[in-house]
Design a protein around this ligand. Structure first.
Ligand SMILES: Cc1ncc(COP(=O)(O)O)c(C=O)c1O
Length: 471
């Protein structure tokens, strides 16, 4: 039997990589450490489907309902629904369950692509809020409360608003004020908390959207807690939301045979969260503080946290090294895998699955790099685009319009027929239906030259792009 995927994964595992990326169980390390190995070893014999006694995720009444109810108590929600198709399907179900076709929804511009895809599926009109970006690091910092309030005031006919909180980089903002204001205008607040399932494990971390007053909160349990990839949760808080509609949408968006391996892994993650989570998080935050203290006031290196201290941004831009290069060097020469890179630096996702040894290896690698690398030219600045592209067509109309392919230099001022999404983080800079601008194309072309990967577009070298020809 050919075993290409398996063989490759086994080889990767045997490489002894340090994982500062998702999934949060860190290549199974946390399961071994906490004694869950035996359970996992028998899990393959428990793979099943909806038969007598196994309940049904899409109409949970027995074991799955009980498990979800226990989790709801632990996560402080009124209702928790397990997801087997990631936060992607939870975001889409939440949006389409709260908004009817043709209605407006307020969206942070740096949203995950699943939000725009939901606007295509549900025929919605997104109204974008610009996000703040740090010009020295290109760290995406999230929305400003005053901008959200202004957009709400100008779009009182919106049914809902959806925001990413925290951002991929761990930035947060005053969500409580936003929720109160949106509720005073009868809007439902949906929070894409893909990167924040761990927040309630410590008072030193920002508060979860569940506590800050959001109505629907979707978390990628697999990213920042120890669950298998694709295993996420949707939490409902309060009584503004029609739970039945969310469940109906999930039936459209998820498999009719949800994986029991994934459901089991969610239950395992919750068990670890409840029994060990706070202690492990305290240890992790101490290790991170200690690690950072070694590099404080050191020349040529920036080690930075936003509000969520489990996300670490490292930049060697003062040595003339791009984040894309640093990403490659750490993996190739030190067997350290980061989560993502941008032009200025790399982002590490640390979870309760990481231990002191991981940070020792990271510290050694950085010390070695600092001692070896001679200062090259300072990196030329490449600033994240400041201006939102103008939306001419709603995403669904754009998606279904006829398109033609043109050279990228002939596309400026035309309506894009494709996405341009630097991946990761999977945030679209141009979406179908928006006017292509020189500012955005220059930013992406510079990025590609230095190692940025883009998706959402057929020609990923960005020489050609599909446009919508509307004369
Ligand atoms: C902000 C954000 N939302 C949603 C998602 C989708 O999450 P999932 O991979 O659980 O489907 C991601 C994935 O990277 C993300 O970064």
């Amino acid at each position: 039997m050919e075993k290409h995927i398996l063989t490759k994964l086994q080889n990767l595992r045997d490489e002894d990589l340090v994982s500062f990326h998702v999934p949060g169980h860190k290549m199974g390390k946390i399961y071994d450490k906490l004694g869950y190995k035996n359970i996992l070893e028998e899990i393959y014999t428990l793979d099943t489907t909806e038969i007598d006694g196994t309940d049904n995720l899409h109409n949970a009444k027995e074991i799955i309902k009980d498990s979800q109810d226990r989790t709801a108590k632990i996560f402080n929600s009124n209702k928790t629904i397990y997801l087997v198709n990631g936060t992607t399907c939870g975001v889409q179900a939440a949006i389409m369950a709260t908004c009817n076709p043709k209605s407006k929804i307020i969206v942070n511009r740096d949203c995950h692509q699943s939000v725009i895809n939901a606007c295509i599926l549900g025929d919605l009109k997104p109204v974008y809020i610009q996000t703040k970006v740090c010009q020295n690091t290109n760290i995406i910092k999230g929305v400003a409360v005053e901008d959200v309030i202004e957009i709400i005031d100008n779009n009182l006919d919106s049914k809902a608003l959806i925001l990413t909180y925290p951002t991929y980089y761990g930035s947060t903002y005053d969500l409580k004020t936003i929720c109160e204001y949106a509720h005073s205008k009868n809007m439902i607040v949906i929070i894409d908390e893909a990167h924040g399932a761990h927040l309630e494990l410590s008072d030193k971390l920002p508060k979860s959207a569940i506590i800050e007053g959001a109505d629907i909160i979707i978390q990628s349990t697999h990213k920042t807690l120890p669950a298998f990839t694709q295993a996420s949760m949707l939490h409902i808080k309060g009584n503004r939301v029609d739970e039945k509609r969310i469940l109906s949408m999930l039936r459209f968006l998820e498999s009719s045979s949800p994986s029991y391996l994934l459901l089991n892994s969610l239950e395992l993650a919750v068990d670890i969260y409840e029994k060990h989570g706070k202690n492990l998080m305290e240890d992790l935050l101490n290790i991170i503080d200690e690690f950072k203290s070694k590099f404080i006031n050191r020349e040529n290196i920036l080690i930075h946290n936003e509000m969520d201290k489990t996300k670490i941004f490292i930049s060697l831009k003062d040595l003339g090294i791009t984040g894309y290069d640093l990403d490659e060097i750490l993996r190739r020469d030190y067997k350290i895998q980061v989560e993502l890179s941008n032009y200025y630096g790399v982002l590490l996702i640390c979870t309760i699955g990481n231990d002191k040894e991981d940070f020792n290896r990271l510290e050694k690698a950085l010390e070695d790099l600092l001692s070896k690398i001679n200062k090259k030219d300072i990196l030329e600045d490449t600033n994240y685009p400041k201006n939102l592209p103008t939306k001419v067509l709603n995403p669904r109309d754009a998606f279904y319009s006829d398109k033609k392919t043109v050279k990228i230099e002939d596309s400026i001022g035309k309506i894009s027929g494709e996405y341009i999404i630097p991946y990761p983080p999977g945030i679209s800079l141009i979406s179908p239906g928006e006017i292509i601008t020189q500012e955005i194309i220059t930013y992406i072309q510079q990025g590609i030259k230095s190692g940025m990967i883009i998706s959402g577009i057929k020609d990923t070298s960005l020489k050609y792009i599909a446009i919508i020809d509307k004369n």
